[in-house]
Design a protein around this ligand. Structure first.
Ligand code: ADP
Ligand code: MG
Length: 264
């Protein structure tokens, strides 16, 4: 089992303080994983249905933290996640991943960025129904540069006993954990999770959150979790509150609780 999950690439990137050291009231210091300045996204600009999904977002997200992004439906959370993940373009402003300016990239460069650096977890698991848990993860490990074995990724999310099960034979929480295993198997530096427990009850949702927590603790993966479930903020290192396309509050969580202790 490879102990040095992050590999040379991350060490090299970490060596150059190109996005600036980050310090806050709680004394956190480190290199930002993401940074945005004046990030804005407008749909239907100038038309009658113009929507300012993001309206000047300034953020710095430190590496190796679990960040929970809270906000009402329609406040721009997914739009932000999609831009940070290289799935969408901003209208104005800048977004950086470490020393890479996402907002200056072509689609081709964004595709490469996603492939090399980002794991995604969405509300609906998007597993291939005709493939087993192991085979679903292998879809990713077959094309990644330095993947972990699919069985190892599934073990990390507590699914050792489910390697050869098909999605229909798994609970919703187990399916989401397969999706997390698929996302982490390529050893991404960041995991972007959009409502990962949105379709789950409390008990199975907690198992999913525990899997995310384990990945962060073990590998130092930066994890951004979007939710409108305020209980989930209790496991975060940092909580960002969003409203109307803007950040209204960023706070450190001094009293983190283990995901196991969260109920909703
Ligand atoms: P959240 O994830 O917080 O619920 P979103 O980022 O999905 O919010 O959406 C923010 C706003 O942008 C909403 O008003 C939404 O209707 C609008 N929006 C999102 N995607 C599109 C799109 N492709 N075209 C037009 N409007 C959109
Ligand atoms: Mg959303």
């Amino acid at each position: 089992m490879p102990m040095d999950y992050l590999g040379d690439r991350q060490r090299n990137l970490s060596a150059g303080p190109k996005t600036g050291a980050l310090t806050d009231d709680a004394g956190t210091s480190g290199l930002a994983a993401f940074r945005t300045e004046g990030l804005s996204k407008t749909y239907g600009a100038g038309g009658p249905n113009e929507v300012r999904a993001l309206d000047g977002v300034d953020l710095e997200l430190p590496s190796e933290e679990i960040v929970v992004l809270l906000g009402p439906s329609g406040s721009g959370k997914s739009t932000l996640l999609n831009i940070l993940g290289g799935l969408d373009h901003a209208t104005r402003g800048t977004a950086w991943f470490r020393d890479m300016e996402l907002t200056a990239m072509t689609d081709r460069q964004l595709t490469r960025y996603r492939r090399d650096h980002v794991g995604f977890v969405f509300q609906f698991y998007n597993l291939v129904a005709s493939l087993t848990a192991r085979e679903n993860v292998e879809l990713v490990t077959d094309i990644a540069a330095d993947p972990m074995p699919a069985a190892e990724a599934l073990s990390l999310v507590g699914l050792d006993a489910r390697l050869d099960h098909f999605p229909a034979q798994l609970s919703g929480g187990e399916q989401q954990r397969v999706a997390i295993a698929r996302a982490i198997a390529k050893r991404p530096e960041v995991l972007l999770c959009d409502e990962p427990t949105g379709a789950l009850d409390s008990r199975t949702g907690v198992a999913v959150l525990s899997a995310l927590e384990a990945v962060n603790a073990r590998f130092g993966t930066t994890i951004l979790v979007i939710t409108h479930n305020a209980d989930i903020e209790r496991m975060a290192h940092r909580v960002i509150r969003f409203q109307d396309g803007r950040v209204i509050d960023v706070s450190r969580n001094p009293d983190r609780v283990a995901a196991e202790g969260i109920r909703w």
